[in-house]
Design a protein around this ligand. Sequence first.
Ligand code: SF4
Ligand code: SF3
Length: 439
Amino acid sequence: MTETGTLDMFCYQCSQTVRGTGCTMKGVCGKPPTVAKLQDNLTFAMKGISAYAHHARAFGKSDPEVDAFLADGLYSSLTNVNFNAGDFVALALKAGQMNLKAMKMLKQAHIEAFGEPVPTVVQTGTVKGHGILVTGHDLKMLEELLKQTEGTGVNVYTHSEMLPAHGYPGLKKYKHLVGNLGSAWWDQKQLFAQHSLAILVTTNCVLLPKDDYSDRLFTAGPVGLPGVPHIDGYDYSAVIAKAKSLPELPDAPGETTLTTGFSSGVVLSLAGKIKELVTAGKIKRFFLVGGCDAPLKKSNEYYRQFVQKLPADTVILTLACGKFRFNDLDLGSIEGVPRLLDLGQCNDAIVAIEIASALADLFGVGVNDLPLTLVVSWMEQKAVAILWTLLALGIKGIYLGPIAPAWVNEDILNVLVDNYDIKLITEPDDDIRQMMAAG
Ligand code: SF4
Ligand code: SF3
């Protein structure tokens, strides 16, 4: 059984929607809850992989092995086809491997199209004039919009997972890509209502709009909202016309700036210095803090405090929308190595993996022996795929939050703890003490 966003329960296996907790088929399948949860987990991970494969396809890239896995994996989650929990753990690990390929393919596509990101300071306020806000993950759509708005007097802003676009040379060259507004996906109802912008939604995670901005909203690609115009292809003239019809935004610089664009090339160009600082005890530990953010009490309380409380001799890598919990903080640098390095979107977990393996080579150890702790926030299906990628790579000791995923029950959590030493986050002080004391 799988919970949906409604009060109903949906079981993917018999495709039954049942009120409350009962099974209308009287549990005829006899499926153990652990198998049902592992099947759900696999389905979630495959949805995440599909998103990355979809974006790569927009750049003309695909991988028959990934496509074949998506078909085989979905077939395995069909009605009563396989009741072996172990098979679903193996499939989840395979999903992790396929997600690694999908993320690599997408990263290669982004770099081929726009160059490798470079550190870039991004403004957070508004600039006088008309504007379009672009949200979601689709950089190809952003590029096409930038081409079509060039010289029109309409400025373009990023939101949430679009922030890393500013680091790509092929996108930052557009002077009318003027800044970023807001933070993670879940602030959109308040943010979109606040500014008189046209808004282009390119991917998940969109929310059903409020009336006060739904007439300024446009969807594209796989996104759809009732009563909201959808752009097929890459002709954004309706979005540009809408932006021009709206009152101009004021010149209102933001109080902070954000820095993004730390690609593997940029971070690894510092490898010699990093080695020297680690050897001299001036960098004690690296942290990867990031993932899909959730508007939960635990997230509100944990991640910002966690990063603020980390000792000054630590370096924090971050990615995905979870970074907006703390990416406005000025954490300074350690002898020229910035303490906060934004690697990009959630799919740029591949960059974190590349950096971690390069650091492991540099120090002549395995990734698990590096002074590195991963604090991964999960919220939706892409994060599930990324988690299984990390597990498939044999990475142990990941701290997971803000809460245990719904596809985990006690049995599954025990397997994750026993085999991968997964821990759930607790309190920043306690966790930091434990992490800093790790080998
Ligand atoms: Fe789900 Fe089993 Fe009930 Fe079918 S019989 S709806 S698979 S729990
Ligand atoms: Fe996840 Fe929506 Fe933020 Fe790409 S996909 S990070 S939540």
